[in-house]
Structures are given as structure tokens and as C-alpha cells.
Design a protein. Structure first.
Length: 306
């Protein structure tokens, strides 16, 4: 859906493909599970890359045991995408209230949800009542959830800080994204290699649990710890050309889980809450939520109206 939208409206994007690389038998077992899961989904095509093909296409990438390729993976200009979605929403009659915080939500049976907000610009307080309420508040989603649902259904947010690192050297290069395979029970996809629309390499994010979603200051300590992870699959990089870039925070619903198969895995939560008609919760929507946003929107529409 996103490829179609970007093509139709000239939003910069590129199908780069993604390699998930394994250096050990344990990592390869995780690759095989990932491949089997993707094949079962049907819409996430993956395939195995032979050593000969890997050496021909991406000689700088090291994968001692094997590679699984995601053929549909790509990159998008996120700011251009958000600008388009904002404009399209308003063109269809939507209103956006920026710099406005939700301070209370009251469920009124038979009427809907009374939403009280305060403006961060002038302190004015406003209330509206809506028949439906979609909680897509990102890092604030658990707080909104807890304003509405009873105490036994409250959720605690966890914040996974990730630092990105820029790469200033011209070599080695890749044309694909490169991800170290994840092991079940880990809370991160690992310090991977990604590309921007100009083809520049960036490594990250790593994983650091923090208590404040506004803790976005990069730490030099993270660079030293990330180097070993990067060199494991790109041994030819120049460590002196890797530097701190920026940080982001992923919203998590558990600490230490979030990636892998089995106990501890926490997927997106997209559901209408029982006993609260018209209230759809979107919780734990971390970075893949951007590229799957159109599909998430379609799913919410189906929940509410179909």
C-alpha cells in the first residue's frame, strides 16, 4: 500500500531490499524461523541468498552461515510522507490541533467520549465529545489508555532509546539494508545498517532502556559498544569514520521482550476495547508502524465500520 501511495503522489522512496545475516548456527536457526514465518504470512516474501550471490552483490557484507533477504523492504522520506498524510487529512475535512495536550477522557455511555484538552500556547481548555476515539498517541498511548480503562486494564509504558551512528567514509558501501539476526527474547533488532534517500550509510539503533521518552541526548559510550556489533557483519568499515548522529525512542509494552518468537514477544496492539464501543487502542506501535501506517488505518476502519 505504501509503495503504491508513494508512487502515485511522488513521495521519495526506494525498494532497497534487506539482508538478515547470520554468523552462527544459533543465529541461522533464528533466520530459518523468521523465513518460515514470513512465508506463512504470504505478503512478506523472503528468500535465501547463496554465498556466490552475496559475494557478487555485496562483497563488503560478512555472513558466515547464511543470509535471508526480504525482497519488499524499502526506505521512504518520512517527512515527505507525513507532510502528505497531514495535507490529505485536512483536504478530506479533518482538523489538526497541534501543541494541545489531552488531560482527561470520560466515557459517556450512549454519547461517546468527552475529551478535555489544554493548549500549550495560551493555556486555554477545550472539550469535545466524539462517538469514536482512536488512541494513536505514540509515547502517550498508555497514558490515554489509563484515562479510559479501569485500573486492572492499565498499561505501563517502557522506553527503548536507540542511538544512530553516521558513517563518513566512502567505502565500503552497500545497496541493501543489513540486519544482524535477532535472538528470541531480545528487545531490539540489533545495530543494523540502513540507508537514507541519498545513499548514505547510517548504523543503528542500538538499545538502551530509559525512563524518560524525552531523553534524546546521544552518549559516546554507546558508540564504543556498537562498534563490535557493526564489525561483525561489516568488517571493512573504518571505525574512525563512525560517529554519533541522533537518538530516538521506541515505545515498548514490555522490557526485554519485543523481538523474537516465544515468551516475551509483544506485537502491536490494535483492538476495540471490550465494554468501550468506538474506542480503538493502538499500543506499542514502534518504528514499523510508519511503513505499515496505511494498513493499520485500514484495519481500524474494518474494526469500526465493517
Amino acid at each position: 500500500m505504501l509503495y503504491d501511495l508513494c508512487s502515485k503522489h511522488d513521495i521519495p522512496h526506494r525498494n532497497t531490499k534487506k539482508w538478515i545475516v547470520a554468523q552462527t548456527d544459533e543465529q541461522w536457526a533464528s533466520c530459518l524461523r523468521l523465513h518460515a514465518h514470513a512465508q506463512a504470512l504470504g505478503d512478506a516474501p523472503t528468500r535465501f541468498i547463496t554465498a556466490e550471490e552475496a559475494a557478487r552483490r555485496e562483497p563488503a557484507v560478512k555472513a558466515d552461515v547464511g543470509i535471508v533477504e526480504s525482497e519488499s523492504t524499502g526506505i521512504v522520506d518520512s517527512h515527505a510522507l507525513m507532510t502528505y498524510l497531514h495535507g490529505d487529512f485536512e483536504n478530506r475535512g479533518g482538523d489538526c490541533a497541534f501543541k494541545t495536550r489531552v488531560t482527561d477522557v470520560e466515557y459517556i455511555p450512549g454519547e461517546g467520549y468527552k475529551i478535555t484538552t489544554v493548549s500549550d500556547e495560551d493555556g486555554s481548555v477545550t472539550s469535545i465529545t466524539a462517538e469514536t476515539l482512536i488512541n494513536s498517541a505514540g509515547h502517550g498511548a498508555c497514558a490515554i489508555n489509563n484515562l479510559i480503562l479501569p485500573v486492572e486494564r492499565h498499561r505501563t509504558p517502557f522506553y527503548a532509546k536507540g542511538t544512530y551512528f553516521s558513517y563518513g567514509a566512502s567505502n565500503p558501501r552497500t545497496s541493501v539494508l543489513v540486519y544482524p539476526v535477532t535472538i528470541p527474547g531480545q528487545g531490539s533488532l540489533g545495530t543494523h545498517l540502513t540507508l537514507d534517500m541519498g545513499g548514505r550509510i547510517r548504523f543503528g539503533p542500538d538499545l538502551e532502556w530509559v525512563d524518560d521518552p524525552n531523553d534524546l541526548k546521544p552518549s559516546p559510550v554507546r558508540l564504543k559498544e556498537a562498534l563490535s556489533a557493526i564489525l561483525a557483519y561489516m568488517p571493512g568499515v573504518d571505525p574512525t569514520a563512525i560517529s554519533l548522529d541522533y537518538c530516538g525512542i521506541r515505545p515498548k509494552l514490555s522490557r526485554g521482550g519485543g523481538v523474537g518468537i516465544g515468551a516475551g514477544f509483544q506485537d502491536f496492539i490494535i483492538q476495540e476495547e471490550q465494554g468501550f464501543p468506538g474506542f480503538v487502542n493502538l499500543l506499542g506501535i514502534e518504528s514499523p508502524g510508519l511503513t505499515s501506517s496505511l494498513a493499520i488505518g485500514e484495519m481500524v476502519d474494518q474494526i469500526l465500520y465493517q
